[in-house]
Every structure is written in structure tokens, then in C-alpha cells.
Design a protein around this ligand. Structure first.
Ligand code: M6R
Length: 365
């Protein structure tokens, strides 16, 4: 059942190229995005004044990517909330608010409660989920399925990358209908999206053995930091959660610009810092953050775009991902971090697929 892999998590990481390809089938052609499955009429789509994205854990992190992408491409304000916070804070929503709940399992108690809270306040709820027939799928007004197949490992991998793809597509769809994107921009974005499954495959093939070596050095550490700017910051959070969850190494994610406001005090000789450096618009800023931590003798592992030679001067190790549109790097940049978490946890003898204290589906709050 593990298809020759030692753990479900590794199998699911390797399934991503195929899973993402399946996710895209029928949802786009060269010219436009097709999400008629959502049954949202154009007038309604034009009427949204605000979007809320509500979820837990890894699904919440996908929502953070969603915020960057939707705000940039569609220019609608997006708020992302943790379901257990949203449900108790009397959220300010009305009929012109679209609420998107994200849940791989479709059974997470807090996310389900958030969905009901939103509907009770008159909002339409779109669910992004993997499990057909799940409670969230049944109760939501509209559903977009991830189609990645069963995810068994507690640590979510292929569901996360598909959720991120769902937000890319959804943002393009809204932009297409609301007219914030012209045909040329949409075509360019679609061309980039179509390459993603192949690019994910490339990353696995080209980084896995290097990551296995890095993992040997990594296992002896008890603390790690993940830093990034813009969408890289959201990927940092997901990378950090993955590492904590399965290897039990304490990890924190920081917006790189925040380091000076406290965390830099913890950066000392040899401390691992995973720096995401894929955002061209803030490249120079990020580079100087990397130099700052290097100056404190941190061990910097960078995730950077292919062709970036500059970063090698400041980072001891560089894991490359292929070039894509700036907004779409998150689905690629997370792959090496999933692999790193996996190999570190395995070397530490952890129960990778079933980490202590955690359940795959959190049906109690
Ligand atoms: O099934 P869901 O997507 O609603 O689950 C949400 C979280 O419990 C889940 O993503 C959790 O954070 C993962 N174990 C992270 O890998």
C-alpha cells in the first residue's frame, strides 16, 4: 500500500507531480480558467467586497498564500483567519463577503463550525477540500475538490500543494471575471501553471539526495528558523510546521524583516536558518537579511531560484527551484522543505506518519 516507500509521507511527497496534474485537468485551457464547477454567477463574483479564508494548520498556511495571490491579482481585500479564532470572534461578514474554508479532510471541527458561523451570518461559503462527501463538502454552498487521492500521513504534503494551486486558479478565475487581468496576463499565468507539475518533479529529482545529506547534519540541532518575505514568509510557516510536527525540532518562522525586532538575539553560531529567497521584488532586502544572519554565523540553507549565483556567496547550502511567475513560487519552494522535514525526522527515528499527540483529522476542538 505504501508503493515501495518506507512511509506514506514520502510516497505522498513523490505523488505530487501526478496529483497536481490531476488537479488541473479540465480546469483550464490555454486561454482561460474554468471553474464553472463552483456555480458562482459572474454578477455575484463582481459583487464581493471582501474575502475571508478560514482554516487550521497547513490548510491555514495555504490560505495565507491565497491572500497574497488574490489581493495582487484581483485587488479584493482578503482576511485569513484560524478557524478556532474566527468562530468565536463574531467576524464582520455579510452578504457581500465570500468565505472560503479550506480542509483536506473536510471534517475538522473548528473549520466546520466556522463554515456554519459564516453561513449563519449570511455569507456564501466555498469549500476547498480533498474528501468527497465529507461534512464540509456537504454543508458548503460550493466545493472545489483537490483530487490528490487519499492522504494518509498526518503531515500534509500533497494536499497543501493542491490547496495552493486551488488559490492560484481561483484568483485567476476571479480576475478573469472581474476584469482585473487581461487576456495576455491570464495566458501567461496559465502557461506558468501548466509547467508546475513537471517543475515539482524536477525539484524532487534534483534536490532529494542533497537534502538527505543535509539532514544528517541537521538532526543534531534542537532549534531552527525559517525566514522569508512576501509569499516566501507563508512558505516559511509551512516549512516550520512540517519540521516541528514530525521531527520534534523546535522551529519558528519569521518574516525576515522582523528579525531585528527580537529574534536575531537567538541567531548564534551554527543555528540553522532556512532562508526562502524566491521573491524577485524583495530580493535585495532578503539578501541583506541572509547576510545579517550569516554575520552571526548561522548555518544558512537557502531555497532560491535556478540561476541565482549571488546567493551562494551568503548561504552555505542552496536548494534550487525552477523559475516561475513570482506569485507562483510557493508551490515549488515548499517541496525541498517537505523533504528536509521527512529526512530529518526519519534520521531521528521519529514515527513519521503518525507523530506523537497528533491525529490526521481533528474532529474535536
Ligand atoms: O483536514 P484539515 O485540512 O482541515 O486539517 C487541518 C490541520 O489539522 C492539518 O493541516 C495539520 O496542520 C497537518 N497535520 C499539518 O501537516
Amino acid at each position: 500500500e505504501k508503493g515501495g516507500y518506507e512511509h506514506f509521507m514520502l510516497k505522498e511527497i513523490h505523488e505530487q507531480p501526478e496529483a497536481l496534474r490531476r488537479f488541473l485537468v479540465g480546469r483550464l485551457n490555454d486561454e482561460s480558467v474554468h471553474l464553472e464547477e463552483l456555480n458562482l454567477n459572474p454578477e455575484e463574483i463582481k459583487s464581493y467586497s471582501r474575502i475571508f479564508i478560514v482554516a487550521c494548520g497547513t490548510a491555514y498556511h495555504s490560505g495565507l498564500v491565497g491572500k497574497y495571490v488574490i489581493e495582487k491579482l484581483v485587488r479584493i481585500p482578503v482576511e485569513v483567519d484560524i478557524a478556532s479564532e474566527f468562530r468565536y470572534r463574531q467576524p464582520l461578514i455579510d452578504e457581500s463577503t465570500l468565505v472560503i474554508v479550506v480542509s483536506q479532510s473536510g471534517e475538522t471541527a473548528d473549520t466546520l463550525a466556522a463554515l456554519r458561523e459564516a453561513q449563519g451570518r449570511g455569507a456564501k461559503v466555498v469549500a476547498i477540500t480533498n474528501v468527497v462527501g465529507s461534512t464540509i463538502a456537504r454543508e458548503a454552498d460550493e466545493v472545489m475538490y483537490l483530487r490528490v487521492g487519499p492522504e494518509i500521513a498526518v503531515a500534509s504534503t500533497k494536499a497543501y500543494t493542491a490547496m495552493v494551486m486551488a488559490f492560484y486558479l481561483f484568483a485567476l478565475y476571479l480576475g478573469q471575471i472581474r476584469g482585473t487581468l487581461d487576456t495576455e496576463e491570464i495566458q501567461k499565468a496559465i502557461a506558468a501553471l501548466k509547467q508546475i507539475p513537471e517543475q515539482v518533479k524536477w525539484i524532487i529529482e534534483n534536490t532529494e539526495s542533497e537534502i538527505q545529506k543535509l539532514a544528517e547534519q541537521f538532526t543534531k540541532h534542537e532549534n531552527a528558523f525559517f525566514i522569508g518575505r512576501s509569499v516566501d514568509y507563508t512558505v516559511s510557516m509551512e516549512g516550520s510546521l512540517k519540521l516541528k510536527e514530525i521531527s520534534y525540532i523546535h522551529a519558528e518562522a519569521y518574516a525576515a524583516g522582523e528579525l531585528k525586532h527580537g529574534t536575531l538575539a537567538l541567531i548564534t553560531n551554527g543555528v540553522p536558518v532556512i532562508a526562502l529567497v524566491t521573491q524577485e521584488s524583495v530580493y535585495e532586502k532578503m539578501l541583506s537579511n541572509v547576510q545579517e544572519v550569516r554575520a552571526r554565523e548561522a548555518w544558512v540553507i537557502a531555497v532560491a531560484l535556478e540561476g541565482d549565483e549571488e546567493i551562494k556567496k551568503s548561504a552555505e547550502n542552496v536548494l534550487y527551484i525552477p523559475q516561475t511567475m513570482e506569485l507562483f513560487t510557493s508551490v515549488l519552494a515548499i517541496i525541498p522543505l517537505q523533504l528536509l522535514a521527512y529526512y530529518v525526522a526519519r534520521l531521528r527515528g521519529c514515527d513519521v506518519d503518525q507523530p506523537r499527540n497528533l491525529a490526521k483529522s481533528v474532529t474535536v476542538e
